[in-house]
Design a protein around this ligand. Structure first.
Ligand code: GRF
Length: 216
């Protein structure tokens, strides 16, 4: 069996994309980033892909602000299909996906969120955590369903919130964990070690994250 072909959708800086590329190119995970697609023409993520020799495609999102038009979404699907993508990883992708897309890739779309879901879904998870005054926050990798950040949790990592944290310092501490657990989650999927039973996601084998492993 070849490597798991992952398509990454990104709208911005693409540091999570970079972490996935680095892990895959270092041979740490059985993943190949097959294509990177962005709704933003000058997203740095596209530049990172090009530099790594990965096809980088801009697809205009259409006239909506937070969604893709159905036509744009079809175009995203076409590009992913053309590159033989099996799993889609959202990495700082700022558009909500419709049912059609999620049906096409049912159970095969992942996202990373900068908070310990179900706390602080939606935009600005770091600011929400600071405003609430929690002492711990973190990062979540989850499957994407039709809601906003509501899908089954795959891996999480916690970080402390410091009294003098700003959004930037907290975001940086959380990003470090995102960069660790996102490639790890994709690696588990590539090795077919993820089981989903309703909301409960378990990972079998030694290389597990928060659940500690051991359950064969
Ligand atoms: C990350 O904090 C991610 O959790 C959120 O958007 C940010 C993307 O960062 N969804 P990057 O583009 O991967 O650097």
């Amino acid at each position: 069996m070849g490597k798991l072909r992952v398509g990454v959708l990104a709208s911005g800086n693409g540091s999570n994309l970079q972490a996935i590329i680095d892990s895959s190119q270092a041979g740490k995970i059985d993943v190949e980033v097959a294509v990177v697609v962005s709704d933003v023409a000058d997203a740095h993520a596209l530049e990172r892909a090009r530099r790594a020799g990965i096809p980088a495609v801009h697809v205009p999102p259409g006239r909506f602000r937070t969604r893709l038009t159905p036509e744009a979404e079809q175009r995203f699907i076409e590009v992913l299909e053309k590159h033989g993508v099996r799993v889609v990883a959202l990495a700082g992708f700022m558009r909500i996906l419709h049912d059609d897309f999620l049906k096409r890739y049912a159970g095969r779309v992942l996202n990373v969120h900068p908070a310990l879901l179900p706390a602080f879904p939606g935009l600005h998870g770091q600011k929400q955590a600071l405003d609430y005054g929690v002492k711990w926050s973190g990062a979540t990798v989850h499957f994407v369903d039709a809601g906003v950040d509501t899908g089954p949790v795959i891996l999480q990592a916690a970080v402390p919130v410091m009294d003098d944290d700003t959004q930037e310092t907290l975001a940086a501490r959380i990003l470090e964990q995102e960069h660790r657990i996102y490639p790890e989650a994709l690696g588990l999927i590539a090795e077919n070690r993820i089981r989903v039973d309703g909301r409960l996601v378990t990972s079998a084998g030694e290389n597990t994250g928060a659940r500690g492993g051991g359950e064969a």
